[in-house]
Ligand binder design. Structure first.
Ligand SMILES: Cc1cc2nc3c(=O)[nH]c(=O)nc-3n(C[C@H](O)[C@H](O)[C@H](O)COP(=O)(O)OP(=O)(O)OC[C@H]3O[C@@H](n4cnc5c(N)ncnc54)[C@H](O)[C@@H]3O)c2cc1C
Length: 235
């Protein structure tokens, strides 16, 4: 029987993981990326397997924080104003979803995905001989100004999703991390969080595994996808 041929667009962690599971299911996979594999966002992130990330970022308080986000020098986001026109449709959709109902809806889906994230990573990393690149030390979210602490809906969403979270005072934080500043007034500890030690190397190992299973890579920008006439998705 002929193998199913499937093209995956984007060779970051999402594309490489998708390709891994498709190959495992017996498909012939071609990965397409306009850049070299593993050179996008997936190589330069915070490396957390963030089981606590259930509430997402579409939170109602974004509306109050927006002026500071847009204009403060210490803002966690940076906007390239020359690209604001292109970004506006996305930004409008994002802001429309910064409300409690949308946040809870997003959280229910994220929670489902996050429940298997760690075990899926463990499987993937074992497969490519990179188990030693996953470590378990938990994570601390700390604040200097009490206004920066998570609100009750974020805390409740995490509890409802079964995320272990412990509220700590400034002193308790410094007992865990003595080098942290005296200015820190409190924080949350997420003891079950894991992180990876070298995202770049993980991507490289996943890519080599992909090639060793007969996968092909094509360096090309995809500009359009045209459905084939009479295509039957069961074929
Ligand atoms: C600062 C920062 C910190 C983060 N920290 C964390 C964290 O701690 N934990 C966590 O889970 N997530 C974190 N994230 C999110 C995480 O990095 C992303 O969700 C993840 O990397 C997305 O993977 P990806 O494969 O979709 O994207 P990418 O790695 O960007 O891959 C997408 C690929 O698609 C290619 N591509 C795009 N368009 C085309 C086209 N038209 N034709 C061909 N190729 C195309 C690109 O070249 C790119 O290589 C963080 C993100 C940022 C920015």
């Amino acid at each position: 029987m002929n193998k199913k041929e499937i093209a995956v667009i984007g060779a970051g962690i999402v594309g490489l993981s998708t390709a891994y599971y498709l190959q495992k299911a017996g498909c012939q996979v071609i990965l397409i990326d306009k850049q070299d594999p593993g050179t996008g966002t997936s190589r330069g992130h915070a490396s957390m397997i963030a089981n606590y990330g259930v509430p997402g970022i579409n939170q109602p308080q974004v509306w109050q924080q927006l002026p500071r986000y847009l204009f403060s020098k210490s803002s966690p986001i940076a906007i390239q104003w020359s690209k604001i026109g292109k970004m506006t449709p996305w930004l409008i959709q994002f802001l429309k979803n910064c409300n409690t109902a949308s946040m809870e809806k997003t959280a229910s889906h994220t929670s489902y995905l996050l429940k298997s994230a760690l075990s899926n990573y463990q499987e993937l990393l074992k497969e490519v001989g990179a188990q030693n690149l996953l470590t378990h030390r938990g994570v601390l979210y700390v604040w200097i100004d009490p206004r920066q602490q998570p609100n009750s809906s974020q805390i409740n969403i995490r509890s409802e999703s079964g995320v272990e979270q412990i509220k700590l005072s400034g002193e308790e934080i410094r007992e865990l991390e003595p080098n942290l500043s005296d200015q820190i007034q409190g924080g949350w500890h997420f003891p079950k969080a894991h992180h990876t030690l070298d995202p770049d190397l993980i991507l490289e190992k996943l890519y080599q595994n992909f090639l060793s299973r007969g996968g092909q890579f094509q360096k090309e920008e995809v500009s359009a996808i045209h459905p084939r006439r009479g295509f039957n998705s069961n074929q």
